[in-house]
Design a binder for this molecule. Structure first.
Ligand SMILES: Cc1ncc(C[n+]2csc(CCOP(=O)(O)OP(=O)(O)O)c2C)c(N)n1
Length: 326
């Protein structure tokens, strides 16, 4: 762990934007869980509730053109990359107005226009894809950097190691961001990972790895900014492990069914949003009225996204065979 929330100095406007994004993602995800409970979402959906600081802090360190790849728990990352909340919600509800015309759903969100190269339902499958994107950037000499988000469980998959080796060997501009939320479905990280910090695994491949407090948006921003600079300079990949807590169960199907009340209370103390709010109020001296106005606006944007999606027609039957690779 390097530094705490209190020591990073950023422009107030940028910090307020972090808060706006985090509150939007939280409200958006709460509405997704609610819609799932009403049977309006087909298949499965995996909320990133409590992990908002990672998406917001890390993605703030890259430009619109830089690329992001994420997992099925990736709604927050797409919002942070500048995705339109209406089109994301429409895709989650499989509507024709969604980013992938309703054919992808919650786990297959994509928009190359904003450098969001997709969420992926197969654990770790996008890690080598991200390295391929980074290699293409290097060959083209376009100066772009690729961020790849994945879970602690994914860091046990063989492709993680193969990718780490090749990314280091070829010094590709890749930042590997492990969201260690303590669980892979129901398996606690202590029972599946042999080391205390997943970040140390980078050492085996000769590139830097650092563990940070993933519930501290400023710390995530700062560490990613340095990794992105390193990648742009041509010095190769970095592994960042963001330690966080998944307080919901794995997917929305069992949302709210915590292991125990005590555990839930302990986990919720780590919530990145009230923590950052307190920092903004106490240290940055943002007024309560201003924070409330940001929260109100986030709720409105999330609710408008739901309205838009619910009013949109489903994917048209006549288009079912379009945009498909066979
Ligand atoms: C290759 C593969 N194996 C198994 C699964 C089933 N599965 C879906 S999510 C998941 C757990 C992944 O945990 P982690 O990487 O820690 O990410 P988290 O869900 O905690 O964000 C598993 C095993 C899958 N989708 N793909």
């Amino acid at each position: 762990m390097t530094q705490s929330l209190k020591t990073t100095v950023l422009a107030q406007a940028q910090m307020l934007d972090f808060y706006r994004q985090m509150t939007l993602i939280r409200h958006f995800e709460e509405r997704v869980v609610e819609l799932f409970g009403k049977g309006l979402i087909s298949g499965s959906t995996h909320p990133c509730i409590a992990q908002e600081a990672i998406a917001v802090g890390a993605i703030a360190a890259v430009s619109r053109e830089d690329q992001v790849l994420a997992t099925y728990r990736g709604h927050g990352q797409m919002l942070a990359k500048g995705g339109d909340p209406k089109k994301i919600m429409a895709e989650i509800l499989c509507r024709g107005t969604g980013y992938c015309k309703g054919k992808g759903g919650s786990m297959h969100l994509c928009d190359p226009e904003i450098g969001f190269l997709g969420t992926n339902a197969i654990v770790a499958a996008h890690i080598p894809i991200a390295a391929g994107v980074a290699l293409a950037n290097k060959i083209r000499g376009n100066g772009l950097v690729t961020l790849c988000f994945f879970g602690d469980g994914a860091s046990n998959e063989g492709v993680f190691y193969e990718t780490a080796n090749m990314a280091a060997l070829w010094r590709v501009p890749l930042v590997m961001i492990c969201e260690n939320n303590g669980f892979a479905i129901s398996v606690p990280v202590e029972k599946a990972v042999s080391v205390k910090d997943i970040a140390v695994r980078a050492q085996a491949f000769g590139f830097p790895g650092e563990a940070v407090d993933g519930n501290d948006v400023l710390q995530v921003y700062e560490i990613t900014r340095k990794a992105v600079e390193r990648a742009r300079r041509g010095d190769g990949p970095t592994l960042i492990e963001c330690k966080t807590v998944r307080w919901e169960r794995h997917s929305a199907i069992s949302a709210g069914k915590y292991a125990s009340r005590e555990e839930m209370k302990r986990w919720q103390k780590t919530d990145p949003i009230p923590r950052f709010r307190a920092h903004l109020a106490d240290t940055v001296r943002v007024s309560g009225a201003q924070l409330e106005s940001i929260e109100r606006e986030a709720r409105e944007v999330g609710d408008q996204a739901v309205e838009f999606a619910l009013q949109s027609p489903p994917a048209a039957e006549s288009e079912l065979a379009e945009d498909i690779f066979a």
